[in-house]
Design a protein around this ligand. Structure first.
Ligand SMILES: [Zn+2]
Length: 215
């Protein structure tokens, strides 16, 4: 195992820390910053690996990173349900890495738990321009008001979509119909359902997640 330095993050299920979301506020603790003694590439990427977070009732509610999951475990907020195959070695210890954790106390998740923000809209639309259906880095995407603001379009989940600059320019101050553009799909609020779709997308590469996600 030592030879395999780059604990490669699957190219299909690419994990971005943003997916971790903010469903668990205030869980960034001092424990996360304490372990400076090991910073190989492998360890760093391992600490970024996605961990599925279950509610106390085993309902999947979130995805977080290994580092944060370990903080939650240290704080006694969560316990491990499934382990990763890999261990993290520090000078004195080998720490097993979680793949699925479960909160010990039930947490009520409001139906619409995501704030309306640029980050969350790009996440909902999976960094895909909703007109040309191509995937872009966040820096090359803007938000488009489907019904332009000048025409009374509001800044809501249903009226904002990820859009590349090119499509945004060609659309201008028009509706998609007027500009001859078609939306890839109808924009919806970011609900737990959306989060679960993302979890499944990420979870496809980890069989330990399946029994919690594919029910
Ligand atoms: Zn586009």
């Amino acid at each position: 195992m030592g030879a395999n330095r780059h604990m490669s993050v699957d190219s299909r299920g690419r994990y971005t820390p943003e997916v971790a979301g903010e469903v668990l506020p205030g869980s960034e603790g001092p424990a996360g910053s304490r372990s400076h003694n090991l910073n190989s590439t492998r360890r760093t990427s391992l600490m970024q690996e996605p961990v599925l977070v279950l509610n106390a009732t085993y309902e999947p509610i979130n995805v977080t990173a290994v580092r944060r999951a370990m903080v939650l475990m240290l704080k006694g907020v969560a316990q491990v349900e499934e382990m990763h195959n890999t261990e993290v070695h520090s000078a004195a210890h080998a720490h097993r890495v979680p793949s699925v954790i479960r909160l010990l106390a039930y947490r009520h998740i409001p139906q619409q738990s995501r704030a309306l923000s640029r980050k969350n809209i790009l996440l909902r639309d999976r960094n895909t321009c909703q007109f040309c259906v191509r995937v872009f880095p966040s820096s090359e995407l803007t938000l488009d008001h489907v019904v332009p603001r000048s025409r009374g379009g509001r800044s809501t989940w249903e009226n904002l979509v990820a859009c590349c600059y090119r499509c945004n320019n060609s659309k201008g101050d028009r509706t998609p119909e007027e500009a001859g553009l078609k939306l890839a799909r109808r924009p919806r609020p970011f609900t737990l359902h959306t989060s679960r779709q993302l979890m499944r997308l990420i979870g496809h590469r980890d069989e330990r997640w399946r029994k919690y996600l594919f029910y």
